[in-house]
Design a protein around this ligand. Structure first.
Ligand SMILES: [Zn+2]
Length: 508
């Protein structure tokens, strides 16, 4: 059993409160009423705000909160307190993956048979653990299919804390409704009707007052969304010239969302899309700019693209690069991908068996047929995907070098692709970012404080500080020296529960 601190300890704590910086302070009541406190002793605290990891601290957790952050060794934990030895380890805020879709099951386009339904259940039972295994203690769902999947994810722990944007705003007939059969599109709740651009085949009975900026944003808010997501996408994969929000409509959505205190995050991945949406006061671009339109194949960074990058930075628009969209598409054409041993940790055995036996390949064949003339040349297709990703990478490098606000998100899964596995996809995103020479401190902020601020939850997440949620990582090396340290996880702590990676792996 744990004990409350005695009078002497309380006095010491009070004294410390007055001599230490506010983040190191601790009020007397915090521990005097403690019935259950867990101490992490002697770890190096990773301060992503100051960019400092030199401070050795003792940290106390009670319930799901951090209740004390003290200079190491100043006080003894209460007799009998649960203790985790953090000596030689780095204590970092838990990481965000700020672009996931928990209602999408990769590879299973149809769950029409009992076998496929069983695979989907197995996948979903493991997904939360897979995110945690790779250090993602918070995920942000950027458009979900149904509210049931949000509740399901939360109830089937251990799982990361899940923030979401409700159902994203799409244009009637616009992306991504183009993938939905025509007779089903109009049953989608949160589409916008643009008075400037009426849709030709709008069925009778549609109530336009339910599809205004006000009505769609209100739906996001009432579903508990932390941001409003909007698509600006003319189409790909055989679609083009899909309707996109006009300037007045976009500005009305932004104004309505901001009145309600919600940031606006926009799906935009082309030069044209970035050029358009960065002229309005949006808050974040949730994809990199890998489609360069008329500048496709240009060397370096074309001046027009460079200007759009500068505009995004001037207007404090954040960038979530999601390099794993094209990375995942590339990997679909890499036969070695399915022999990566890390897949067995994040996919349940039956699900991985299904993939390795060729399941889930239908979409790959479709892309090969539609976009590559049915070419059997995997290496050529991989090179094309890599060239697109390289364009997005150059934009990201310029954005970060010029001081832009970069937020980490992997887009898991970006489509029904088995090459965007939960947790591992974020790890692959991180590894790719590290190869681009981005400063580890910029990556550390992108994983923690930057998303916490973007989504208005910096009082809960992003720092190892008193009052924050006890979502933490104990790492074996310093993430401010190398971003790869985020993958060297000794313990994952979520809502105050200490977990070992091995216990989160699928094959158990
Ligand atoms: Zn997405």
């Amino acid at each position: 059993m744990l004990e409350s601190p005695g009078p002497t300890l309380r006095l010491v704590i009070l004294l410390l409160s007055t001599i230490l910086a506010p983040t190191l302070a601790l009020s007397e009541t915090d521990l005097s009423v403690a019935s259950e406190t867990l101490w992490i002793l002697g770890a190096q605290r990773v301060d992503v705000d100051l960019g400092d990891s030199s401070q050795e601290v003792d940290v106390a957790l009670r319930g799901d909160r951090i209740v004390a952050v003290l200079q190491a060794g100043l006080i003894q934990p209460p007799k009998g307190a649960a203790v985790v030895d953090g000596t030689g380890l780095w204590l970092a805020p838990g990481a965000f993956d700020s672009h996931v879709h928990v209602s999408s099951t990769p590879a299973l386009l149809s769950q029409d048979t009992p076998e496929l339904r069983a695979l989907e259940t197995a996948y979903r039972n493991q997904a939360g653990r897979s995110f945690l295994l790779h250090g993602f203690t918070q995920v942000v769902d950027l458009n979900h299919r149904d509210e049931g999947s949000i509740a399901w994810f939360r109830e089937n722990g251990p799982a990361p804390d899940l923030l979401h944007v409700g159902t994203a705003l799409t244009m009637a007939g616009g992306y991504p409704l183009n993938w939905v059969p025509e007779d089903e599109r109009w049953s989608y709740s949160n589409y916008l009707l643009d008075p400037l651009h009426p849709v030709p085949n709008q069925p009778a009975g549609v109530d336009p007052t339910q599809h205004t900026p006000e009505a769609t944003v209100a739906r996001v808010e009432s579903s508990g969304g932390v941001a409003v997501k909007l698509f600006w996408e003319k189409g790909f994969g055989g679609f083009s010239n899909l309707p996109t929000p006009s300037r007045p409509l976009l500005e009305q959505v932004v104004a309505t969302a901001h009145q309600r205190g919600l940031p606006v995050v926009v799906h935009a991945n082309s030069f044209e899309a970035w050029d358009f949406v960065t002229q309005s006061p949006i808050d974040a671009l949730v994809h990199g700019m890998w489609n360069w339109d008329q500048h496709r194949g240009s060397a370096g960074l074309p001046a027009e693209i460079s200007q759009v990058v500068d505009r995004a930075i001037d207007r404090e628009i954040a960038l979530m690069p999601t390099t794993r969209v094209l990375g995942g598409l590339r990997d679909l054409f890499d036969p070695t991908f399915l022999s990566d041993p890390r897949l067995a940790e994040v996919y349940p055995p039956a699900f991985l068996d299904y993939l390795q036996a060729g399941g889930g390949g239908g979409l790959r064949d479709e892309i090969r047929r539609e976009d590559f003339d049915d070419s059997p040349d995997d290496a050529m297709i991989r090179r094309q995907m890599e060239a697109g990703r390289g364009q997005g990478d150059r934009v990201l490098q310029a954005f970060v070098a010029r001081g832009g606000n970069f937020v980490f998100g992997s887009d898991t899964p970006s489509g029904p692709f088995y090459t965007n596995p939960p947790g591992l996809n974020g790890r692959l995103e991180l590894q790719h970012l590290a190869t681009l020479g981005i400063d580890p401190l910029a990556i550390a902020r992108a994983l923690t404080l930057a998303p916490a601020k973007l989504f208005g939850v910096a009082h809960e997440y992003g720092e190892v500080a008193v009052g924050r949620k006890a979502n933490l990582l104990l790492l074996r090396s310093d993430p401010l020296q190398s971003a790869l340290a985020w993958g060297e996880i000794e313990r994952v702590i979520v809502s105050g529960t200490v977990l070992q990676p091995v216990d989160l792996a699928a094959a158990r």
